[in-house]
Design a protein around this ligand. Sequence first.
Ligand SMILES: NC(=O)c1ccc[n+]([C@@H]2O[C@H](COP(=O)([O-])OP(=O)(O)OC[C@H]3O[C@@H](n4cnc5c(N)ncnc54)[C@H](OP(=O)(O)O)[C@@H]3O)[C@@H](O)[C@H]2O)c1
Length: 335
Amino acid sequence: MEDQNYFALVVSGNAGEGFRRTVCRQRIGDLPAGEILVRVHYSSLNYKDALSATGNRGVTRRYPHTPGIDAAGIVVASHSSSFRSGDPVVCMGHDLGMNTAGGFGQFIRVPADWVLPLPEPLTLLESMRIGTAGFTAAQCVHRLLAHGLEPDSGPVLVTGATGGVGSFAVALLARLGYRVVAVTGKKSEHAFLGQLGAAEVIDRARAATGGARMMLRERWAGVVDTVGGEILAAAVKACRYGGMVTCCGNAASGDLPLSVYPFILRAVTLAGIDSASCPMARRRQIWDLLAGEWRLDMLERLSRVIDLAGLDDAISAMLAGAVRGRIVINMQEDP
Ligand SMILES: NC(=O)c1ccc[n+]([C@@H]2O[C@H](COP(=O)([O-])OP(=O)(O)OC[C@H]3O[C@@H](n4cnc5c(N)ncnc54)[C@H](OP(=O)(O)O)[C@@H]3O)[C@@H](O)[C@H]2O)c1
């Protein structure tokens, strides 16, 4: 088995010469040590993968490297009593795809405590239609609900709404009965957001207004922000008294130009959301919701499936902010 080859998208290069992506053969024996060897059936594309694929040292320090923070597949070898050959599993986050060869390869080898049994009744494909982006959106929603957000609390703002996290958040909140206001930079996708359940769509340029003002008219009972920067700042300034803003991304900026006034005068809560190091107990809780009570019947509308050969173009599109919804990679066929 260790001598067996498989296909993977490999990123190589350095900061001086630049980075290139190629689909090539790798050897199972060269995968890192780990208790669980998984034949990957599906992976999915997340923003972090696009960063890893272009040499972002905040994500990946060592190249050549195979990105892919998500993988779903079948266990082919296990040195853990928790898993057996043939088990369908999901692996996401931790160091997968960062400095550990990730799901853009047909095999991964990882520690047992990175692996989750496939949450029934989801299929491997459905689990990757959700992936880290959907899981992160669900974590944001879970946090808002735990804070007391109810459908009659008022409108909920979702930024970066056509992206992976954003589109999933729009669909999930709408499905749970919330009035969703979606922010997008894509004029052509207002209808798509309406199909997901958005009650109103705001153009991105209008969402970043607020400038030097320390607070804005109260509008949002809750917020799912995936972009950071001026848009997140404006969302916090316009959050209603006692409301919550969940912050999970930086697609626009890592900065947050704010004063303390929304927090000390309106009791607004800013909640950070992380999926990579999310404890296993919460992972299970969120995945159980995604597979059960929160299961979306529009997963196919939210995502499209490509193969390894199409991944390079998909990464470029994501870096250009041009992706709509989720992208799943079918890893089963050799290119
Ligand atoms: N905390 C975590 O654990 C976690 C997990 C997953 C993702 N994330 C982060 O969440 C963010 C979204 O991830 P994703 O996978 O959904 O990425 P994505 O699919 O590329 O979506 C990002 C969306 O943000 C919007 N956007 C892009 N550039 C922008 C800009 N300059 N200004 C304002 N909006 C912009 C676009 O949506 P519109 O065109 O509709 O505006 C784009 O589709 C990323 O920063 C990612 O790193 C964090």
